[in-house]
Write a new protein. Structure first.
Length: 354
């Protein structure tokens, strides 16, 4: 089965110079994929010609006359730039011409435009951003929400847990993914009222055998791989993500500086070259690029704005795998089964009358 993906070629810090080489490289590795490159037609064609891929049989170009910049306010992206490459790429998913969309554009704009064009799935109040992080078990830990929802109620976090569980099941093949609720301690008495109430909802689902709720987890559990999914609100998630990114850059800087400090340390770097290569590969942030916007009526994946071609290709790969594993249908089925339904006022009144 051929999977079709629309690419916002103009998004991100680098635009076509990154997105198009990534798209071509991805197609070489995946013969059952087709890509629609959305953006300024002349610019896209010029980049394809430069890479000798202007006649690629599984690439098509869709012109979009505008571009959402990384600094554009939501109002501009949503109301004024209706022919932006971001919006046109998302509309391909809405119209059924693509099974997923990938963009490295402005995160806030991408979420707002995606929500406006695709709408949220039945039963979902708020879409959430989910990404993966490496852990000590050589596997990924899925973390959500990473900034789409700063203020959350317990039922929002409950929905995030359901969506995260479905995503891990589909992407990793884990029958019953474990779910952890990010907290300031593992004890049930700790945390604010929202976290405590969320814990009760998730524990009830666990007792019914619907979700595999581990309990409260702390920040270090993300990298321990204590659970497959870690759930938090967007404020905590975004701060955690940015702190991790900063620490990674700091670690790389310190390592490089210390190895260059003297001839002896430089010799040590040469001796440790193979180990350092393995470490670099294992912790390469490019491998973890590609966050999914869950809860929409269509698959949208967000690449880091500063991603290089390798990292952007990983984002395309995640979108491809999600479409191939029919994540959208699995989400719809699980949400229909697990999401609490409020009684309809008319039905309640009718029942009382009867």
């Amino acid at each position: 089965m051929t999977i079709k993906i629309s690419i916002d070629c103009m998004g991100g810090d680098h635009g076509p110079s990154v997105t198009i080489p990534a798209a071509i490289s991805f197609l070489k590795r995946n013969p059952d994929a087709e890509l629609t490159l959305v953006g300024l037609e002349d610019v896209v064609k010029a980049e394809l010609k430069k890479l000798h891929a202007d006649a690629h049989p599984r690439l098509s170009i869709l012109h979009a006359s505008e571009q959402v910049t990384m600094d554009d306010p939501l109002e501009v992206a949503l109301r004024r730039k209706k022919d932006s490459s971001m919006r046109v790429a998302i509309e391909q998913v809405k119209d059924g011409k693509a099974q997923a969309c990938v963009s490295a554009g402005n995160t806030g704009a991408l979420m707002a435009v995606s929500r406006y064009v695709l709408k949220t799935m039945a039963g979902v109040d708020r879409p959430a951003i989910c990404t993966i992080m490496p852990n000590m078990n050589d596997g990924p830990t899925y973390v959500m929400d990473l900034g789409a929802n700063v203020d959350c109620e317990p039922h929002h976090l409950h929905q995030f847990a359901i969506m995260g569980s479905v995503l891990v099941h589909a992407m990793e093949g884990i029958a019953r993914p474990t779910i952890g609720l990010l907290n300031v301690g593992t004890e049930d008495i700790k945390g604010n009222e929202v976290v405590k109430a969320t814990s009760q909802l998730l524990r009830a689902d666990h007792e019914r055998g619907k979700l595999n709720f581990f309990g409260n987890v702390e920040g270090n559990d993300i990298f321990k791989g204590t659970t497959d999914v870690v759930v938090c609100d967007g404020f905590v998630g975004n701060v955690t993500l940015k702190a991790i990114e900063g620490l990674a850059r700091f670690f790389k800087l310190v390592l490089t500086t210390e190895f260059k400090r003297s001839p002896l340390t430089m010799l040590g770097a040469v001796i440790a070259r193979s180990a350092l290569k393995r470490i670099t590969k294992r912790l390469n942030p490019a491998r973890y690029n590609g966050a999914s916007l869950l809860g929409l009526r269509g698959l949208v994946f967000k690449s880091h704005g500063g991603a290089d071609a390798e990292a952007f290709e990983w984002a395309i790969r995640r979108a491809f795998e999600a479409a191939k594993n029919d994540v959208q249908q699995q989400l719809a089925d699980m949400i229909a089964e697990l999401m609490p339904r409020e009684p309809q006022p008319n039905a309640t009144k009718s029942d009382e009358t009867a």
